[in-house]
Design a protein around this ligand. Structure first.
Ligand code: R5P
Length: 312
Protein backbone atom coordinates (compact mmCIF):
# COMPACT_ATOMS: atom_id res chain seq x y z
CA UNK A 1 0.00 0.00 0.00
CA UNK A 2 1.28 3.51 -0.79
CA UNK A 3 1.78 6.35 1.65
CA UNK A 4 -0.70 9.03 2.68
CA UNK A 5 0.03 12.75 2.35
CA UNK A 6 -1.87 15.44 4.26
CA UNK A 7 -1.18 19.16 4.31
CA UNK A 8 -1.50 22.03 6.74
CA UNK A 9 -2.54 25.40 5.34
CA UNK A 10 0.97 26.84 4.84
CA UNK A 11 1.50 25.65 1.24
CA UNK A 12 -1.43 23.70 -0.19
CA UNK A 13 -0.24 24.28 -3.75
CA UNK A 14 3.03 22.50 -3.03
CA UNK A 15 1.21 19.64 -1.27
CA UNK A 16 -1.02 19.19 -4.35
CA UNK A 17 2.03 19.22 -6.63
CA UNK A 18 3.81 16.56 -4.50
CA UNK A 19 0.69 14.37 -4.53
CA UNK A 20 0.46 14.74 -8.34
CA UNK A 21 4.12 13.96 -8.75
CA UNK A 22 3.84 10.88 -6.49
CA UNK A 23 0.65 9.78 -8.27
CA UNK A 24 -1.47 9.75 -5.11
CA UNK A 25 -4.49 11.80 -4.03
CA UNK A 26 -3.88 14.45 -1.36
CA UNK A 27 -5.36 13.22 1.92
CA UNK A 28 -8.47 14.94 3.23
CA UNK A 29 -7.90 17.07 6.32
CA UNK A 30 -10.08 19.90 7.59
CA UNK A 31 -8.44 22.79 9.35
CA UNK A 32 -10.71 25.52 10.65
CA UNK A 33 -10.42 28.40 13.05
CA UNK A 34 -13.09 28.71 15.72
CA UNK A 35 -14.58 32.15 16.48
CA UNK A 36 -12.29 32.50 19.51
CA UNK A 37 -9.23 31.96 17.29
CA UNK A 38 -8.56 28.35 18.31
CA UNK A 39 -7.60 25.85 15.62
CA UNK A 40 -9.69 22.76 14.97
CA UNK A 41 -8.20 19.92 12.94
CA UNK A 42 -9.87 16.78 11.59
CA UNK A 43 -8.16 14.10 9.52
CA UNK A 44 -11.11 13.05 7.41
CA UNK A 45 -10.02 9.60 6.26
CA UNK A 46 -8.66 6.44 7.85
CA UNK A 47 -4.94 6.41 8.61
CA UNK A 48 -4.94 3.14 10.59
CA UNK A 49 -1.75 1.16 9.97
CA UNK A 50 -0.58 3.65 7.32
CA UNK A 51 2.68 5.50 6.62
CA UNK A 52 1.64 9.16 6.84
CA UNK A 53 3.46 12.31 5.66
CA UNK A 54 2.37 15.76 6.81
CA UNK A 55 3.46 18.70 4.68
CA UNK A 56 3.81 22.04 6.42
CA UNK A 57 6.56 24.62 5.91
CA UNK A 58 6.66 27.04 8.83
CA UNK A 59 7.04 30.62 7.60
CA UNK A 60 5.13 33.33 9.51
CA UNK A 61 2.85 32.91 11.31
CA UNK A 62 5.14 30.04 12.33
CA UNK A 63 3.37 29.49 15.64
CA UNK A 64 0.08 28.77 13.85
CA UNK A 65 1.72 26.59 11.21
CA UNK A 66 3.58 24.54 13.83
CA UNK A 67 0.47 24.06 15.92
CA UNK A 68 -1.53 22.92 12.87
CA UNK A 69 1.23 20.40 12.18
CA UNK A 70 1.22 19.14 15.78
CA UNK A 71 -2.58 18.77 15.74
CA UNK A 72 -2.42 16.88 12.44
CA UNK A 73 0.27 14.59 13.86
CA UNK A 74 -1.74 13.95 17.01
CA UNK A 75 -4.88 13.19 15.00
CA UNK A 76 -2.92 10.69 12.88
CA UNK A 77 -1.37 8.99 15.91
CA UNK A 78 -4.73 8.68 17.63
CA UNK A 79 -6.14 7.36 14.35
CA UNK A 80 -3.65 4.48 14.47
CA UNK A 81 -1.09 5.61 11.85
CA UNK A 82 1.93 3.34 11.87
CA UNK A 83 4.46 6.09 11.06
CA UNK A 84 4.04 9.86 10.95
CA UNK A 85 6.67 12.01 9.22
CA UNK A 86 6.69 15.82 9.34
CA UNK A 87 7.75 17.39 6.03
CA UNK A 88 8.91 20.99 6.54
CA UNK A 89 10.39 22.30 3.27
CA UNK A 90 11.16 25.53 5.15
CA UNK A 91 11.86 25.60 8.89
CA UNK A 92 11.08 28.96 10.49
CA UNK A 93 13.12 30.39 13.40
CA UNK A 94 16.17 28.50 12.11
CA UNK A 95 18.25 31.68 11.95
CA UNK A 96 17.98 32.17 15.71
CA UNK A 97 20.35 29.30 16.39
CA UNK A 98 22.46 30.99 19.09
CA UNK A 99 22.31 33.76 21.62
CA UNK A 100 23.98 36.91 20.35
CA UNK A 101 23.25 38.98 23.46
CA UNK A 102 22.38 38.25 27.09
CA UNK A 103 18.68 37.75 27.68
CA UNK A 104 17.93 36.23 24.26
CA UNK A 105 16.32 32.82 23.66
CA UNK A 106 17.89 30.52 21.03
CA UNK A 107 14.54 30.16 19.28
CA UNK A 108 15.74 27.49 16.83
CA UNK A 109 16.43 25.16 19.74
CA UNK A 110 13.01 25.86 21.26
CA UNK A 111 11.43 25.23 17.86
CA UNK A 112 13.18 21.85 17.65
CA UNK A 113 11.97 20.94 21.14
CA UNK A 114 8.39 21.92 20.27
CA UNK A 115 8.46 19.86 17.06
CA UNK A 116 9.75 16.87 19.00
CA UNK A 117 6.53 16.87 21.04
CA UNK A 118 4.76 15.78 17.81
CA UNK A 119 6.38 12.33 18.30
CA UNK A 120 7.20 12.19 14.59
CA UNK A 121 8.97 9.13 13.31
CA UNK A 122 11.21 11.53 11.42
CA UNK A 123 11.29 15.02 9.91
CA UNK A 124 12.22 16.13 6.40
CA UNK A 125 13.62 19.60 5.70
CA UNK A 126 15.22 21.42 2.76
CA UNK A 127 18.29 23.67 3.00
CA UNK A 128 18.15 24.45 6.70
CA UNK A 129 19.81 27.72 7.61
CA UNK A 130 22.79 25.71 8.88
CA UNK A 131 23.59 22.00 8.82
CA UNK A 132 24.39 22.18 12.56
CA UNK A 133 20.68 22.70 13.24
CA UNK A 134 20.12 19.02 12.57
CA UNK A 135 21.72 18.26 15.91
CA UNK A 136 19.08 20.39 17.68
CA UNK A 137 16.42 17.80 16.87
CA UNK A 138 16.15 14.77 19.15
CA UNK A 139 14.49 12.79 16.30
CA UNK A 140 15.90 11.75 12.91
CA UNK A 141 15.87 14.53 10.34
CA UNK A 142 16.44 14.06 6.61
CA UNK A 143 18.18 17.21 5.41
CA UNK A 144 17.63 17.64 1.66
CA UNK A 145 19.09 20.21 -0.68
CA UNK A 146 17.35 22.12 -3.46
CA UNK A 147 20.72 23.07 -4.96
CA UNK A 148 20.70 20.34 -7.67
CA UNK A 149 17.14 21.38 -8.64
CA UNK A 150 18.12 25.05 -8.88
CA UNK A 151 21.34 24.27 -10.78
CA UNK A 152 19.32 22.21 -13.25
CA UNK A 153 16.96 25.20 -13.74
CA UNK A 154 19.94 27.52 -14.35
CA UNK A 155 21.28 25.13 -16.96
CA UNK A 156 17.91 24.77 -18.69
CA UNK A 157 17.69 28.56 -18.99
CA UNK A 158 21.22 28.74 -20.43
CA UNK A 159 22.49 30.83 -17.48
CA UNK A 160 26.30 30.77 -17.43
CA UNK A 161 27.77 32.55 -14.42
CA UNK A 162 31.54 33.00 -13.93
CA UNK A 163 31.69 32.93 -10.13
CA UNK A 164 29.46 31.73 -7.28
CA UNK A 165 29.10 34.36 -4.57
CA UNK A 166 28.17 33.72 -0.94
CA UNK A 167 26.52 36.94 0.30
CA UNK A 168 27.82 36.23 3.81
CA UNK A 169 30.16 33.83 5.56
CA UNK A 170 27.23 31.64 6.65
CA UNK A 171 26.43 30.89 2.99
CA UNK A 172 29.98 29.74 2.14
CA UNK A 173 29.18 25.99 2.39
CA UNK A 174 26.08 26.45 0.25
CA UNK A 175 28.15 28.37 -2.32
CA UNK A 176 30.64 25.50 -2.40
CA UNK A 177 27.82 23.10 -3.18
CA UNK A 178 26.71 25.23 -6.18
CA UNK A 179 30.34 25.76 -7.24
CA UNK A 180 30.99 22.00 -7.14
CA UNK A 181 28.11 21.29 -9.51
CA UNK A 182 28.83 24.26 -11.79
CA UNK A 183 32.64 23.87 -11.65
CA UNK A 184 33.13 27.52 -10.74
CA UNK A 185 35.22 29.46 -8.21
CA UNK A 186 33.68 30.94 -5.06
CA UNK A 187 33.83 34.51 -3.72
CA UNK A 188 32.55 35.55 -0.30
CA UNK A 189 30.97 38.84 0.70
CA UNK A 190 31.67 39.71 4.32
CA UNK A 191 28.62 41.38 5.81
CA UNK A 192 27.71 42.81 9.18
CA UNK A 193 24.06 42.73 10.22
CA UNK A 194 22.97 46.09 11.64
CA UNK A 195 19.33 45.12 12.34
CA UNK A 196 16.69 42.61 11.22
CA UNK A 197 16.36 44.42 7.88
CA UNK A 198 19.71 46.25 7.41
CA UNK A 199 23.16 44.86 6.60
CA UNK A 200 26.51 46.44 5.66
CA UNK A 201 29.22 44.92 3.47
CA UNK A 202 32.82 45.11 4.71
CA UNK A 203 34.77 43.40 1.91
CA UNK A 204 34.72 40.66 -0.74
CA UNK A 205 37.17 37.73 -0.70
CA UNK A 206 37.89 36.17 -4.10
CA UNK A 207 37.99 37.47 -7.67
CA UNK A 208 34.78 38.97 -9.09
CA UNK A 209 36.05 41.67 -11.51
CA UNK A 210 34.77 41.08 -15.03
CA UNK A 211 32.89 37.93 -13.97
CA UNK A 212 29.14 37.26 -14.06
CA UNK A 213 28.18 36.51 -10.45
CA UNK A 214 25.66 33.96 -9.23
CA UNK A 215 24.74 35.02 -5.67
CA UNK A 216 23.37 32.09 -3.67
CA UNK A 217 21.64 32.01 -0.30
CA UNK A 218 19.41 29.70 1.69
CA UNK A 219 16.70 32.34 1.93
CA UNK A 220 15.64 35.85 1.00
CA UNK A 221 13.69 37.59 3.72
CA UNK A 222 13.78 41.42 3.48
CA UNK A 223 16.21 41.34 0.55
CA UNK A 224 18.79 43.36 2.55
CA UNK A 225 21.54 40.75 2.21
CA UNK A 226 21.08 40.33 -1.55
CA UNK A 227 20.82 44.03 -2.33
CA UNK A 228 23.95 44.81 -0.26
CA UNK A 229 25.85 42.01 -2.04
CA UNK A 230 24.69 43.26 -5.46
CA UNK A 231 25.88 46.82 -4.70
CA UNK A 232 29.25 45.55 -3.40
CA UNK A 233 29.76 43.33 -6.47
CA UNK A 234 29.03 46.19 -8.87
CA UNK A 235 31.45 48.44 -6.92
CA UNK A 236 34.05 45.67 -7.20
CA UNK A 237 33.71 45.62 -11.01
CA UNK A 238 31.74 42.41 -11.55
CA UNK A 239 29.65 42.06 -14.70
CA UNK A 240 26.38 43.96 -14.39
CA UNK A 241 24.24 40.89 -15.24
CA UNK A 242 23.75 39.47 -11.76
CA UNK A 243 21.87 36.25 -11.08
CA UNK A 244 20.53 35.16 -7.70
CA UNK A 245 19.48 31.68 -6.57
CA UNK A 246 17.88 31.11 -3.17
CA UNK A 247 15.90 28.17 -1.85
CA UNK A 248 13.35 29.94 0.34
CA UNK A 249 11.66 33.10 -0.99
CA UNK A 250 10.00 34.68 2.02
CA UNK A 251 10.09 38.14 0.38
CA UNK A 252 8.80 40.10 3.37
CA UNK A 253 8.69 43.86 4.02
CA UNK A 254 10.84 45.81 1.53
CA UNK A 255 12.11 42.67 -0.28
CA UNK A 256 10.24 43.13 -3.56
CA UNK A 257 11.22 46.79 -3.88
CA UNK A 258 14.85 46.08 -2.98
CA UNK A 259 15.13 43.21 -5.44
CA UNK A 260 13.50 45.29 -8.18
CA UNK A 261 15.98 48.11 -7.52
CA UNK A 262 18.87 45.63 -7.70
CA UNK A 263 18.04 45.12 -11.42
CA UNK A 264 18.88 41.42 -11.36
CA UNK A 265 19.19 39.51 -14.62
CA UNK A 266 17.27 36.60 -13.05
CA UNK A 267 16.14 35.41 -9.66
CA UNK A 268 15.76 31.65 -9.15
CA UNK A 269 13.84 30.45 -6.09
CA UNK A 270 11.80 27.38 -5.13
CA UNK A 271 8.19 26.98 -4.10
CA UNK A 272 9.13 25.81 -0.57
CA UNK A 273 7.21 28.85 0.67
CA UNK A 274 6.28 30.99 -2.30
CA UNK A 275 4.09 29.92 -5.19
CA UNK A 276 3.57 31.65 -8.51
CA UNK A 277 4.74 34.90 -10.02
CA UNK A 278 5.92 38.12 -8.44
CA UNK A 279 5.21 41.09 -10.73
CA UNK A 280 8.22 43.30 -11.40
CA UNK A 281 10.84 40.64 -10.67
CA UNK A 282 12.66 38.37 -13.18
CA UNK A 283 11.56 35.40 -11.07
CA UNK A 284 11.86 31.71 -11.96
CA UNK A 285 10.05 29.66 -9.33
CA UNK A 286 11.28 26.06 -9.49
CA UNK A 287 9.18 23.40 -7.80
CA UNK A 288 10.63 21.11 -5.14
CA UNK A 289 7.56 18.85 -5.56
CA UNK A 290 9.32 16.21 -7.73
CA UNK A 291 12.23 16.11 -5.26
CA UNK A 292 9.90 15.67 -2.29
CA UNK A 293 7.75 13.12 -4.10
CA UNK A 294 10.84 10.99 -4.81
CA UNK A 295 12.15 11.34 -1.27
CA UNK A 296 8.82 10.46 0.37
CA UNK A 297 8.51 7.44 -1.92
CA UNK A 298 12.00 6.28 -0.91
CA UNK A 299 11.31 6.83 2.79
CA UNK A 300 8.08 4.88 2.44
CA UNK A 301 9.95 2.04 0.72
CA UNK A 302 12.81 2.24 3.25
CA UNK A 303 15.32 2.73 0.43
CA UNK A 304 18.43 4.93 0.85
CA UNK A 305 18.30 8.65 0.08
CA UNK A 306 21.73 8.70 -1.57
CA UNK A 307 22.09 11.78 -3.70
CA UNK A 308 19.09 13.48 -2.08
CA UNK A 309 20.19 13.97 1.52
CA UNK A 310 22.93 16.46 2.39
CA UNK A 311 24.14 14.19 5.16
CA UNK A 312 24.27 10.94 3.17
C1 R5P B 1 21.41 34.91 6.90
O1 R5P B 1 22.35 34.45 7.50
C2 R5P B 1 20.62 34.19 5.87
O2 R5P B 1 21.33 33.16 5.26
C3 R5P B 1 20.12 35.16 4.81
O3 R5P B 1 21.23 35.74 4.17
C4 R5P B 1 19.34 36.25 5.44
O4 R5P B 1 18.57 35.78 6.49
C5 R5P B 1 18.44 36.90 4.45
O5 R5P B 1 17.69 37.89 5.10
P1 R5P B 1 17.44 39.28 4.41
O6 R5P B 1 16.87 39.00 3.06
O7 R5P B 1 16.46 39.97 5.33
O8 R5P B 1 18.74 40.00 4.37
Amino acid sequence: MGFLLFSGTANLALAGAIADSAGIPLGRAEIETFPDGELHVTVAESVRGRDVYLLQPTPAPAERHIFELLLLADACRRGGAERVTGVLPYVGYARQDRRTAPGEAPAARVMADVLATGRFHRLVAIDLHSAALEGFFPIPLEHLSAVPVLVQALRERGVRPGVVVAPDLGAAKLAERYAGLLELPVAIVHKTRLSGAEVRVRQISGAVRGLAPLIVDDMISTGGTISAAVAALRDAGSESEIIVAATHALLVGPARERLAQASLASLFVTDSVLGGRVPGLPLHCVSVAPLLAQVLTRLHDDTPLEGFSITD
